[in-house]
Design a protein around this ligand. Sequence first.
Ligand SMILES: Nc1ncnc2c1ncn2[C@@H]1O[C@H](COP(=O)(O)OP(=O)(O)OP(=O)(O)O)[C@@H](O)[C@H]1O
Ligand SMILES: [Mg+2]
Length: 374
Amino acid sequence: AAEVRSFTMRGFLLRMYDAVARAEQDVMLGLARRQMLTRLAGEALGGLGAALVYVALGVLLAVAAIPLAVAGTAVLAIRSGQTSLGNLMYATNQLYEEGLYFTDFLEFCEQAEGRVSGERGAPMPRSFERIVADKVSFTYPGADAPALREVSVEIKHGEIVAFVGENGSGKTTLAKILSGLYEPDTGTILWDDTDLRQVDPDLLRTRTAVIAQDHTRWPLTARYNITMGTGKGEPALHEAAAVAGADDVIARLPHGYRTLLDRRFKDGCELSGGQWQRIAVARGFHRDADLLICDEPTAALDARAEHALFERIRTHADGRTVLLITHRLASVRYADRIYVLDRGLVTEHGDHDTLMALNGLYADLYTLQASAYR
Ligand SMILES: Nc1ncnc2c1ncn2[C@@H]1O[C@H](COP(=O)(O)OP(=O)(O)OP(=O)(O)O)[C@@H](O)[C@H]1O
Ligand SMILES: [Mg+2]
């Protein structure tokens, strides 16, 4: 609501609402009108038919072609016939309407089947020497252009690999594919020799930790926001919190780790954007996975917290393999390999010095950012 006020959007929103309401009203009126006309025509035809039958019956009675008892029976038969016909029409109508939903349901089932198909019995490798994405393409459902086009990257065990590139270049999409959240349309992801298509995605997810760009703010206690229900014990919890600087945040909460992080609850607290990000980072480190994916982990962090986190990542994050996505190019310098993405393509890769010598997009962006600090 603050944004509505600061952009003085009240009038605009009300006008939009008005327009939508009017359009809906027009559609409903049109529908009612059509319904009424159809019903009118139907009833008129029905009435006409009934009148003709009754007149015919009357005439037959008048000329004494049939006895009164037969005419009476005919009237009863016509009455019950009419009711049955009405019921039939109603049932047919209902069938048609439900049928429309049924087609949707069948389509849904078909799609769902396509997604779970295939035996996924292969065991997840215990560890990995290298993760390779080979010519991976991906298009979001309903999107016109692919988000990734034949992208190939490689992450070796113990390395820090960085993805950089401008907004919308496909960094987050590639990270989600590497962590098994999305399946590529074409191309393969290999952990050593295991094709991830053959592995149960849940198994893969236990091996990767993702600090997501759009992390969720769970309405749970601070402890559960970090542990996510995994019982690794107190030391692991405190260590993860310390790495992310979340321990400072939690120390200031009224009930420490037991504080509910949602103001809708009694004694709940709301955190600031950067405080939430520290919690999200702690969550990623607590998972203790082989591959740690950090997607913009510092966008909301203050200078000190950012420095501390990158320092931690730079010292190889305690032997973890790290995939780092960030726009802070100063902290990418130390990565073992940097992939530059541009509109869904990997356009450059190599370490910092190689890319600077290449004088391409990376060098441009780096120089631009560095010049601001001179
Ligand atoms: N959920 C989605 N549905 C449809 N299209 C999407 C979705 N998420 C991203 N896209 C599209 O895919 C492309 C790549 O997006 P992606 O999020 O991977 O970019 P990014 O490099 O992470 O950008 P940023 O630096 O802003 O985080 C964009 O053009 C975007 O419009
Ligand atoms: Mg992104």
